[in-house]
Design a protein around this ligand. Structure first.
Ligand SMILES: [Ca+2]
Ligand SMILES: [Ca+2]
Ligand SMILES: [Ca+2]
Ligand SMILES: [Ca+2]
Length: 361
């Protein structure tokens, strides 16, 4: 247990080192979480485990417009289990840890005080991540197989062609795009305003003393980036110590932000943008699946696969829960979206630890 895992801890200087000295990069394990990791496999055989392969998703067709967007965090956790803990193989001296992807879904909620009683009210909400791939989907694959640790939650998977309009305004936004950006293919500090297209001071509700980051889209990790709180908090020693403590819930809180993330070595200086590869896709033609860990924990469960709470699920790709659109072609499977939902009966956050999620025959 216990290797330091997320490569974003590598300070800014490492960006220069990584760019100029690939050997240093390997030593610093910069490549582990890299979106441009070279690979020999031309097939879309697995959903990616790297944080930066995913970005904030567009709203699924099945979610009504009025439903709030909750918050989603996704990252490589700091503490990793040994292979034997996850897969049950007999432990061996020097056995490796399993590199996980942890996804934390936080429903939209508000804390009320009424008559001296503090209560938390949850709203129906959703949150998701998506990606576009240029890899080839092999039509021989029959299942999406997931090995995960998930006490509760409703996790949806969508595969096909998916609308890339994250905020649903019908426009393709990119930090580098003119007129706000200079279109040179890289992101400058001034352009680094996040997928919402607004710098902090332009985000509705901005207040330098109380509400520094109304969109909650700031990237801040280990006291680097754009601090999402007023200077009185960001400058305090106790806050800074919390941001350096991987056991503290704040540690990963702002790692998926898109405003100020040009300091994140894992982004390689690429601007955040809604369109991912090639065109700005706005069509929806996809298959939808759901793993309901709360109400139907045994759907798609592979018998006898439970080890220490880690379970394997195998979702038949040709038996979707829902089909959106009518122009579906497996050979043109370009997008994947993973999202969570909750109603007003939510009682807290959902956390899913993923050891692998891959396509199988
Ligand atoms: Ca948009
Ligand atoms: Ca912003
Ligand atoms: Ca912001
Ligand atoms: Ca950015």
């Amino acid at each position: 247990m216990g290797s330091f895992s997320d490569q974003s801890r590598v300070p800014r200087l490492a960006l220069i080192l990584c760019a100029s000295l690939l050997i240093s990069c390997a030593v610093l394990s910069c490549g582990d979480d890299s979106p441009t990791k070279p690979t020999d496999n031309p097939y879309f055989s697995s959903l990616p485990m790297q944080r930066t392969a995913w970005q904030l998703s567009s709203r699924p067709e099945s979610v009504s417009h009025g439903v709030h967007r909750g918050r989603l965090l996704w990252h490589l956790p700091y503490y990793l289990p040994l292979r034997s803990e996850v897969y049950g193989d007999s432990a061996q001296a020097g056995e490796g840890e399993v590199r996980l992807l942890r996804v934390v879904y936080r429903p939209s909620y508000q804390v009320f005080e009424f008559g001296g009683v503090i209560d938390t009210i949850f709203y129906p909400s959703w949150a998701g991540i998506m990606l576009e791939t240029n890899k080839i989907f092999d039509t021989a694959w029959k299942y999406l197989e997931i090995r995960c640790y998930a006490p509760h939650g409703r996790m949806h998977f969508e595969l096909g062609r998916i609308d890339e309009d994250v905020n649903g305004d019908g426009e393709s936004f990119g930090e580098d795009d003119p007129p706000l950006g200079d279109g040179n293919g890289a992101v400058s500090e001034a352009e680094d305003i996040g997928l919402d297209g607004l710098a902090d001071q332009d985000e509705p509700g901005y207040d330098p003393d109380r509400n520094v980051d109304p969109s909650r889209d700031n990237w801040y990790f280990r006291n680097e980036g754009k601090c999402p709180y007023p200077p009185s908090i960001c400058g305090s020693g106790s806050f800074q110590a919390r941001m350096e403590d991987p056991g503290d819930p704040l540690y990963f809180e702002f790692l998926n932000g898109t405003e100020g993330n040009s300091l994140d070595v894992a982004t390689f200086g690429n601007p955040d943008q809604e369109r991912m590869i090639g065109y700005f896709d706005t069509d929806n033609h996809y298959y939808s699946y759901v793993l309901d860990f709360t109400d139907h924990p045994d759907s798609f469960y592979v018998d006898d696969s439970d080890i220490n709470g880690w379970r394997t699920y195998r979702i038949p790709l040709l038996d979707p829960e829902d089909v959106v659109g009518n122009n579906f072609d497996w050979s043109r499977l370009t997008h994947a979206r993973v999202w969570f939902e909750s109603d007003d009966n939510a009682t807290g956050f959902d956390t899913v630890l993923i050891a692998h999620w891959r396509f199988t025959e």
